[in-house]
Design a protein around this ligand. Structure first.
Ligand SMILES: [Zn+2]
Ligand SMILES: [Zn+2]
Length: 308
């Protein structure tokens, strides 16, 4: 079965490698069979249009919600009509999420038809690189869940923990993608297509970290249109993280949502850019290239004097 679609870029499938393509094609067919899905005859063109329209509507809803929130902060109460409008805004957002899911499914089918689509066994880096992308997985409360990851040191070894987290009700479902023998379907990616040991050697090189820091800093305040707040559906922006004063390259930056809640408080949804797989994915989206400098001879990394 299809566990999640991450935007239009990736699908996580709970199946062995060989069955992955069929699973995606079946799921996409099911999504396209719905009323809105039928409109998506020309997949990519519709995908762009659907996303652009949905993004504009999400902006309008967020602006209206911010006005309601400002009134709540000022007056300490809302009228029944205003609370009613809050419900309507949330209902409209669930429709937008469905549109995103259908548009992404159609786009993914296009990607699969392309001979270059990669079917890879799931690894920690594969999952970590999807952090922030809007997955189409619904929580029991009806809101969307997002992947969150933590890493802790145990007996000197870093251990990754993954969970689906709901931004609205706070529900958390832990999962272990590696143990579940899942497959990722995605476009080729110079960083992820490289053997893990080699990738980590390049990622952890001081020159790579310095480069990553400078590149991330140049995107300060910029919105990433593929990273949406699961609650507000607004593109999240890159800001210095609260941990920035620790002076580490990683964890110096984070995505933050600029949306406001009806209670007058700002959205607290944050995504720390605290892992190299997340950093690589961020730079890939914003600049078209991740941390591995493939196809960019001017920026070759030298490790121990040897170009790699
Ligand atoms: Zn929930
Ligand atoms: Zn938000």
């Amino acid at each position: 079965m299809l566990e999640a679609l991450f935007g239009a870029a990736k699908a996580l499938i709970k199946a062995a490698l060989g069955a992955a393509k069929e699973v995606v094609v079946e799921t996409v067919k099911a999504l396209e069979g719905t009323t809105t899905g039928k409109v998506l005859s020309h997949a990519v063109e519709s995908w762009v249009r659907t996303k652009t329209q949905a993004a504009a509507q999400a902006q309008d809803l967020a602006a209206e919600e911010a006005e309601i929130g400002a009134k709540m902060a000022r007056d300490g109460k809302l009228s029944p009509a205003e609370w009613g409008r809050v419900d309507e805004i949330n209902e409209h957002r669930s429709q937008l999420r469905k549109q995103y899911a259908q548009a992404d499914a159609a786009k993914l089918r296009e990607a699969l038809d392309h001979a270059g689509a990669v079917h890879a066994p799931v690894s920690a880096d594969e999952i970590i690189s999807t952090v922030g992308l809007l997955p189409h997985k619904t929580c029991q409360c009806g809101a969307m869940m997002a992947v969150s990851t933590t890493h802790t040191q145990q007996y000197g070894q870093w251990k990754n923990k993954f969970a689906w987290r709901c931004a609205v009700c706070g529900a958390r479902e832990y999962f272990d993608p590696v143990k579940e023998a899942a497959t990722i379907v995605r476009a080729p990616d110079a960083d992820l297509d490289m053997p893990e040991a080699k990738r980590h050697e390049i990622w952890h090189a001081p020159a790579t970290l310095a480069d990553a820091n400078a590149r991330l800093r140049s995107h300060m305040g910029e919105a990433d249109n593929e990273v949406l707040c699961p609650q507000h559906l607004l593109p999240m922006k890159i800001f210095p993280s609260l941990a920035a004063n620790r002076g580490l390259v990683l964890d110096s930056y984070a995505y933050a949502c600029v949306g406001m809640n009806p209670d007058g408080r700002g959205c607290t949804h944050r995504i720390p850019i605290d892992r190299l797989a997340i950093t690589s994915a961020v730079l890939q989206r914003l600049e078209g290239r991740g941390l591995v400098q493939a196809g960019s001879p001017a920026r070759k990394i030298h490790i121990g004097g040897v170009p790699v």
